[in-house]
Design a protein. Sequence first.
Length: 766
Amino acid sequence: MAQVMAKPASQSKKTSSVTSAAENGKSTKLDRNGHQNKNGLAQSNGHLKQVQQQNVTCSVAHAVRGRVRYRIPRLLSDPNYARRLEVLVSSAEGVTDVRIKRSAASIAIAYKVGAISDAKMRSHLASLIQLAASNLVPVELAAKSKPEPEPEEQESSPWAGLKLPVLATALSVLGGPLGLPVPAALVAGTIAITSWPVAKRAWDAIRNERRLNIDFLDFSAIAITTLQGQFLTPSLMLCLIEIGDAIRERTARSSARQTLDLLDSLAEFVWVERDGEKQEIPIKEVQRGDTVIVYPGEQIPVDGRILRGKATIDEQKLTGESMPAVKEPGQEVYASTLVRDGQIYIVAERVGNETRAGACISLMQQAPVHDTRIENYAAKIADRAVVPTILLAGVVFGATRSFARAAAVLTLDFATGIRVSVPTTVLAALTSAARRGILIRSGRALEQFAKVDTFVFDKTGTLTQGDIAVVCVKTVNGMSGDRVLQLAASAEQRLTHPLASALVRYAEQQDVAILSRDEWNYEVGLGVRAEIDGQIVLVGSKRFLQQEGVCLQCLYEEHPDLQTGSLIYVASEGELRGVVQYTDPLRPESKEVIQTLQQMGMEVHMLTGDNWKRANSASAKLGIPEACIHAEAFPETKANVVRELHESGRTVAFIGDGINDSAALAYADLSISFGNGSDIARETADVVLMRNDLQGLVEAIALARQSMGLIHQNTAIVAVPNLAGLLIAGTVGLNPLAATVINNGSSVIAGVNGLRPLLNSSAPHS
């Protein structure tokens, strides 16, 4: 059933007036400065002319002492304006809090009471709303206005540990090949201090794990060559070890997930009614049984039932349903959903993390936590090679009594080169992906991308655009399609409901002029009545027009295919003029991406909280088999589907963008979200498609497979020369410096080879 939204029911307005939901619940006419007129109407024609000359249309959606919420349609389409407005208002004297919700086209402003009168403050805020539309306020101010982190809060750079190894190498070169008088004690002392972390890791492995690791080999070779006065060899080894560790740390993400709280994503304060009085309290103080008041543009903070009021609620981020739902007294509503229009009183039944959205977060936190580093091939190879290498070094020393030849054997390990080349390849791949607008958070995620054989897509907002779009206009009774569209868009202009925005946007695309709207009245969940060109125009649902006595039979006689579907009905002068058909369209790239994945041998599933009819319609267009469709899925259902696929032996990637997807994202082997997805989905995801384009999946798979191929290639580049060096060192002998050249040279070649992903990367599209 089509619905269109505007202001609360039974409020007729002129374009020059703005409405405030006052404390007593009655409607009060205000001018743009927030002043009430004696007769409750807008001010004179002179004032109307002044308002019309302004660049920004705004209205007071709600106002109480110390707090006001403005509705500004421009916020929906102009992010730069939103940033400028936030900077201006935040810096205004007396303002204590500013919250902009672009999806609801609203800004809520709290200010100190007493320092300045409400009227003067709102007058000042109204002027700032207009000023933000000018270019006098640079967008860059928004970035500058954000406080810089304190020095102690800044993360230390992973490259900071290179200072000492580089210093040791420089001193070794100055006192060695260049022959400058650098004291040997100074060089040896620098090497000793620099090698302390290596020695500590070796000792910890012996003491705690009862095993010899690659750090033991490294430290042994460093100690022997240093004692022999060959300072360049240990210095270069320490440089390479530190470079590998730094790059590996750079590509790693902490496996401890950030603790998420539903309350963090909601407003800090909420309105409640206690003992017959309205009061604003911190959200954490809301209790079961409280009567919570939610105004237009605000998120619902609790799960509960509506006591009174009526509202259109956007539940997409929680349920995946693309169309806002009209909720009336007795119906249940959920935390984190958005009140598009209307005002409701809710009795709180579940609060905080007890709510359905909170349960999604809890389910996500219970998911298994994976190591976020790429498989450490170097450690595996080194662990297996440590004891044989030590034995071979012992045999060489016993046969030759040469510490130098024994040190050469210890120097020729496989792990040093691999410890450098593997993270270098990963870092290059992550950088290359970032240039394409693909944020891959860790080496493990890159590795999983190369292994994935099953993709599970959320439908709404992932395979579809998650936004309403007009498909076509059908007419009856002789009116042209452009005229029907013009009347509908003119009646819906400056309203925040998704259908209203879609109508106006489509009219602009079709170069249809938007006419001025005189008196108009909106009924929540039904439609809008407006006077346009001297005609009474009705735009809304089938039920709305039937209640107004408009006969719809002629539509079904001329267009029998329109008996069902997503329709907005348009009538004028008591006669039906036509309908506007709308849908949540598929992303332009969805079908091509699905087909490409299937051609690559991937199994593709679709999960959605939407109904089966819409799910089957979308899957038919995308070519997804019926057996792989999961509709009417609650968040826990999505998580179970992903878990079952994983337990069947498949490597599963899940792509979603809403709170309802967070649990499934957490249980997947690889989780993917969009840059414009919910905060919780982005935090949970291993990969974020910053361009909000599914083509990034195909690019990321190709990049991940290339990177894994390079890692195996680099293993061979390192292993072959070092094996040959070991053979020479164990038979005819090899100078430690030559062993270092072989070992370090192969490491450098492998490291340079690992940079290849950067050579074919391209900057992201604008």
